[in-house]
Design a protein around this ligand. Structure first.
Ligand SMILES: Nc1ncnc2c1ncn2[C@@H]1O[C@H](COP(=O)(O)OP(=O)(O)OP(=O)(O)O)[C@@H](O)[C@H]1O
Ligand SMILES: [Mg+2]
Length: 307
């Protein structure tokens, strides 16, 4: 285990803000929840793939170091990260619809390997995933986070200091969840991440036998939670056995091409986010102009000149 190295060339992420490393990413979103197992990773992966289906350039950073699941959901568990010898940077795995993916899972010897690291190493790994990865120009970078408001969300928030455009808060429809959502909103505000909105997962059950939708916990809970908390409601995703099957088989991308109610719900969340950040997504990324380096440099002359 101890031989897993995240940073490359022995050079770890520099101290301080890493926001500059993601200058060519138009919109940065994190998925959070105060509670485990509510569907954060599903939402991250589904929104990421959905945006890619709509033609956006998407990256997904799996920020769950102890329980990485993004590669499994995207069906890319057999892939590996490599370092480009020219740039010295980590090249993300190319997933379905060209989505760029980085996860600690790609560095583990087997999918059953546990990462037994203290918080400082997790912090370092997350910072390396921002600064040592060649994310390139992206429209959207989605960051999947572990449950709660601990080390990982804090590291991401602090490393990008005010550079995160929004948090997607995932909940399930129950009173206990409502309280946890309020905590997640409080966390988001404290670390200066605007709340993009709430996604209610497992809002209801779509019966495979008759296609009917059953609201097991009552209808509209997610919307009410959002209204009470004063944050936007992005939409809901039913508990769907067909979705579950596709997730287990790493075929979420295939599921999203089907014509059914659950896919419509997911794509409406995708569209809500795309229109929320439409202005940013429309903006051109100002690529750094290549710098001309004079080979005839005389002492005292400027080393680099813009074009
Ligand atoms: N709407 C849904 N329909 C069917 N299965 C679902 C749905 N949402 C989530 N699941 C399944 O529930 C499990 C938990 O989902 P997921 O891993 O996305 O949750 P999580 O919040 O990321 O969990 P953790 O807190 O452990 O990171 C997964 O096996 C996923 O496939
Ligand atoms: Mg998860």
């Amino acid at each position: 285990m101890s031989n897993i190295r995240v940073n490359i060339r022995g050079g770890a992420a520099p101290p301080g803000s890493l926001a500059d490393y993601l200058k060519s990413v138009k919109v940065k979103l994190v998925t959070i929840s105060g509670k485990g197992g509510v569907g954060k990773s599903l939402v991250t992966a589904a929104v990421g793939l959905g945006l890619a289906l709509r033609g956006y350039r998407v990256g997904i950073l799996d920020g769950d170091i102890y329980g990485p699941t993004i590669p499994k959901l995207l069906g890319v568990t057999d892939s590996a990260l490599y370092v480009d010898s020219k740039t010295g940077k980590i090249v993300p795995v190319s997933g379905p619809f060209g989505v760029k993916v980085v996860s600690i899972d790609f560095m583990l010897p087997s999918e059953d390997t546990a990462v037994i690291w203290r918080g400082a190493l997790v912090t370092q790994a997350l910072r390396d995933f921002i600064s040592q990865v060649d994310w390139g120009s992206l429209d959207v970078l989605m960051v999947d986070l572990p449950p709660g408001t601990g080390d990982a969300p804090l590291t991401i928030a602090q490393s990008l200091q005010g550079g995160i455009d929004g948090s997607i808060i995932v909940t399930i429809p129950s009173e206990i969840s409502r309280r946890i959502v309020v905590k997640a909103i409080d966390f988001s505000r404290k670390v200066q991440i605007p709340v993009a909105g709430i996604v209610e997962n497992m809002c209801c059950f779509v019966c495979p036998d008759n296609g009917k939708t059953y609201y097991i916990f009552g209808e509209g809970a997610g919307k009410r939670i959002a209204e009470k908390a004063g944050v936007p409601f992005l939409g809901q995703i039913p508990m769907d056995p067909l979705l579950s099957k596709h997730l287990d088989e790493g075929k979420l991308h295939e599921f999203l091409t089907l014509d059914n109610g659950t896919v419509k719900h997911i794509m409406s969340i995708v569209d809500a986010l795309a229109s929320k950040y439409a202005d940013k997504l429309r903006q051109e990324i100002k690529e750094e102009k290549p710098k001309r380096i004079s080979l005839m440099k005389l002492p005292g002359e400027d080393e680099e000149q813009g074009e």
